[in-house]
Design a protein around this ligand. Structure first.
Ligand SMILES: C[C@](O)(CO)[C@H](O)COP(=O)(O)OP(=O)(O)OC[C@H]1O[C@@H](n2ccc(N)nc2=O)[C@H](O)[C@@H]1O
Ligand SMILES: Nc1ncnc2c1ncn2[C@@H]1O[C@H](COP(=O)(O)OP(=O)(O)OP(=O)(O)O)[C@@H](O)[C@H]1O
Length: 302
């Protein structure tokens, strides 16, 4: 048996997030364009008698019991394969928690890959993706990485060929937002407006921008149906989004359920300008630079 496996777990932004009506099962049908970016957690897995998790840096927001998404992933893989092995998981968290960047989902996907290697279960990517979908709507994409269209509740994926690399600045807020709360607020706003909610569809202009690698067109095409709800719950986000033009960004969008705001910029140099500007204006707790698209959960070392 292997001694230790380290897997890299990247964050994501949603370049588009179109949200359909509330379904009877409590989820919403989506048409989303996921995009994995170069901001990573590391999941280090070592053989053990039972399944446990520790953090490289203590963080009271991250549970250390069976509620941790990495532990849930290890349990789900053990159950699906009949494995009696344990694992000691250590998380090096760099992705901010409850930030709309799918950090917990990234850890879950990376744990599936790590335990699959450690336990020698050798499941196919499709088999891992099936287990991933039981853990959360963002987890199958966290396995796949790159850029992909997500439909259904976000678990039906089709990869997109994006030309070139894009540069991002992620403006991290001081406090997270709960994903179900943001979806509920979106439903409430829609009900109050009384308009019919159309079936979600992927935007052609966004797809064309990705295919041609046109960052300016991509900046103009970014969209998120959860943005109004996230701003309603966290009004300060309006100011952060509003700073995009002044800072020379090509576009800005709330990432997923927020509250992180993702700024698309022209170059790594422009990313430094935007990060410095956001910090100087006091608009975020932290401004993280990242490029993308990048591969999903991937073994770094064994
Ligand atoms: C906002 C996004 O990050 C965009 O990619 C995802 O849709 C959320 O994915 P996630 O955090 O993996 O979400 P899950 O753990 O599957 O679901 C948490 C809650 O979010 C809401 N939810 C999630 C996905 C979806 N398609 N519709 C929903 O309404 C539901 O209230 C659900 O109970
Ligand atoms: N390994 C983990 N890392 C971070 N949070 C975790 C983890 N396991 C469980 N959680 C819990 O999950 C909640 C959501 O955290 P996460 O960082 O995944 O949010 P998010 O990025 O907003 O998710 P998403 O974008 O997928 O909706 C946190 O409040 C935390 O208590």
């Amino acid at each position: 048996m292997r001694q230790s496996v380290t897997v890299r777990a990247p964050a994501k932004v949603n370049l588009q997030l179109a949200v359909g009506p509330l379904r009877p099962d409590g989820y919403h049908d989506l048409a989303t364009v996921f995009h994995a970016v170069g901001l990573y957690d590391d999941v280090i897995a070592e053989p053990a008698d039972d399944i446990s998790v520790t953090l490289a840096e203590p963080d009271p927001e991250v549970p250390l019991d069976g509620g941790n998404l990495a532990v849930r992933a290890a349990n789900a893989l053990a159950e699906a394969t009949g494995m009696a092995e344990g694992v000691r998981l250590r998380l090096v968290k760099r992705i901010p928690v409850a930030a709309g960047l799918a950090g917990g989902s990234a850890d879950a996907a990376a744990t599936l890959v790590a335990c699959d290697a450690l336990w020698g279960t050798a499941l196919s990517r499709d088999e891992l993706a099936e287990i991933a979908a039981t853990l959360g709507s963002d987890v199958p994409f966290a396995l796949l990485g790159g850029t992909a269209i997500g439909t259904g509740r976000g678990t039906l994926l089709s990869p997109v060929l994006a030309r070139g690399e894009f540069h991002w600045v992620l403006a991290v807020a001081a406090e997270g937002l709960s994903t179900p709360t943001v979806y509920r607020e979106c439903d409430r706003l829609r009900e109050a407006a009384g308009a019919e909610v159309p079936d979600p569809a992927v935007d052609d202009a966004l797809m064309a921008a990705l295919r041609s690698g046109d960052a300016k067109a991509l900046g103009a095409a970014l969209s998120n149906d959860l943005q109004e709800a996230a701003v309603g719950l966290r009004p300060a986000l309006a100011q952060t989004l509003g700073a995009a033009a002044e800072l020379g960004a090509l576009g800005a969008i709330v990432s997923g359920s927020g509250p992180t705001v993702a700024f698309l910029v022209r170059s790594p140099e422009a990313a430094i300008d935007v990060a410095v500007g956001l910090t100087a204006m006091g608009l975020c707790r932290d401004a993280k630079r990242a490029g993308g698209p990048v591969p999903g959960a991937k073994v770094l070392r064994t």
